[in-house]
Design a protein around this ligand. Structure first.
Ligand code: NAD
Length: 455
């Protein structure tokens, strides 16, 4: 598919919150010719963007930022009025963190809606891109009305949930599998069709629906993807008990077109800013609506269990974690991002440190953020440094560069040649050939040699 072509009629777009979703939204709309202004409460982020630098790692982002700002179609402001006044559409892209009760904390969304209403100068479409529980729009509608009774009927609230994946965010934003717009106002739908026309022309389908269904669909999608991962991890436990190989089982399972091969990777489980918090928020919401949806809490439990299984595997490999050095390769929650929020690899690091191990971590881009999160973690600049004198190397994140590791060299540097592949990512035969005592999640161990363990 070609990239979306330049639009004939450029529209003015405001984006409130220039984090992972907001900034990619800015970049994708500017790339098709709209005039975009991004605003964030974090002044240091705005300053970084004004200096032309990405505040986080996203493949392709830096180049797109440079093109968009040089074209004059993308600007960043610390005055929300500049993003809102005169805009055709303003997107709410602020964070929706998990609250103490498990419910989504919608404070930033509400604040953003109030500020947008105050700054509005006339008819405006306000689109929720943040992931919010169904029912949020009706609250936000009231908020807009409270702030600007003079604009009643002119502020159209819509839901436009975002489905991009960090690490592939640009591609996902330019070529979404589907564009979802939930609302009730014909004018709002018409504005969104115009805005997204280049993406529709490039082949992305548009689904227009009511606002509550759009809000719910985002939660339903994330929960289903999380469910697939937890299903594979639960199967991995059965494989471990029965001697079957999860990789063979999921290959067979995923070959069924009704199931599909994606999101069936057994390993340390899911993390990141979306699945864990959205799953909790969805469970909390369902309970509040009178349907507890126990499947969702089971998905989360299986995910937590996956890290515990890895800890047990590492403990078993090195006999006793106390005083042992463990090399942890990969710290971000998944490859191609420096996002460490809810990273299973960091949950694993904490558990190993709690049992007395010293953990030396390496990540191509997330080292500094991980060190800030876990000060006891030793962060090194090279996977071989991490492995030096280690009793076990653990793959925490499936960074493609780990496939190119010189396994023989890695093994030579180590105190004991144990390799626990928390992502079932390396080639087991190559690892065995290099002399490793290789263990993976849900896979039979090819060779177990007590001489090579940390006894
Ligand atoms: P993020 O933390 O990267 O970015 C949120 C930004 O909002 C931050 O820069 C923050 O400073 C800013 N902000 C907070 N309050 C604000 C306010 N009142 N006004 C202006 N800016 C404000 O978060 P994110 O990953 O971009 O996620 C944003 C939303 O999108 C969340 O609801 C998330 O669930 C959803 N989402 C995220 C992803 C993803 O992959 N990260 C994908 C789809 C949907």
């Amino acid at each position: 598919m070609n990239d979306p072509s330049m639009v004939a009629s450029a529209m003015a777009v405001g984006v409130i919150g220039t984090g992972h979703v907001g900034l990619i939204t800015c970049l994708s709309f500017a790339s098709v010719g709209h005039r975009v202004t991004g605003f964030d409460v974090d002044a240091s982020k705005t300053e970084t963007l004004r200096q032309g630098r990405m505040p986080f790692h996203e493949p392709g982002g830096q180049a797109m930022l440079e093109v968009a700002t040089a074209s004059g179609r993308l600007a960043f402001t610390d005055d929300i009025a500049e993003a809102v006044a005169g805009a055709d559409v303003v997107f709410i892209c602020v964070g929706t963190p998990i609250g103490a009760s498990g419910a989504a904390n919608l404070l930033a969304v509400e604040q953003a809606a109030r500020e947008i209403a105050r700054a509005a100068t006339g008819p405006l479409v306000v689109a929720e891109k943040s992931t919010v529980p169904p029912g949020t729009a009706s609250q936000l509608g009231r908020t807009l009305g409270e702030e600007r009774p003079d604009l009643v009927g002119q502020l159209d609230l819509l839901s436009n949930p975002e489905f991009l994946r960090e690490g592939r965010g640009i591609e996902d934003a330019l070529h979404p599998d589907r564009i979802v717009v939930g609302g009730s106002s014909p004018r709002g739908f018409a504005v969104m069709r115009r805005l997204y026309q280049p993406f529709l022309d490039a082949g992305s389908p548009l689904i227009e629906t009511d606002i509550t269904s759009a809000e719910l669909a985002k939660h339903a999608s994330n929960a289903f993807l999380a469910l697939k991962i937890s299903y594979a991890n639960a199967l991995a436990r059965v494989c471990e008990a029965s001697g079957a190989d999860i990789e063979a089982v999921t290959r067979i399972l995923g070959g069924d077109s009704r199931i599909g091969p994606d999101f069936l990777g057994a390993g340390l489980g899911f993390g990141g800013y979306c699945f864990p918090k959205d799953l909790a928020a969805f469970a909390h919401l369902s309970e509040r609506l009178g349907y507890p949806f126990p499947l969702l809490s089971e998905v989360a439990r299986i995910n937590d269990e996956a890290v515990q299984v890895a800890v047990a595997m590492i403990r078993d490999a090195v006999s006793n974690l106390e005083g042992k050095r463990i090399a942890l390769l990969g710290l971000s929650f998944k490859p191609d991002t420096d996002d460490i929020r809810f990273s299973p690899s960091l949950t694993l690091a904490r558990a190993l440190i709690a049992e007395g191990a010293s953990v030396a971590g390496y990540d191509p881009v997330a080292g500094a953020a991980a060190k800030e999160e876990i000060p006891e973690l030793q962060v090194v600049d090279d996977p071989y440094d991490a492995a030096t004198d280690a009793a076990c190397v653990v793959i925490g994140t499936a960074w493609p560069e780990f496939r190119a590791l010189d396994l023989a060299r890695l093994r030579e540097l180590m105190a004991f040649p144990n390799l626990v592949d928390g992502r079932n990512f390396l080639d087991s035969e190559s690892a065995e050939k290099a002399g490793f005592n290789y263990r993976a999640m849900g896979r039979p161990q090819l060779r177990s040699d007590p001489q090579t363990s940390g006894v």
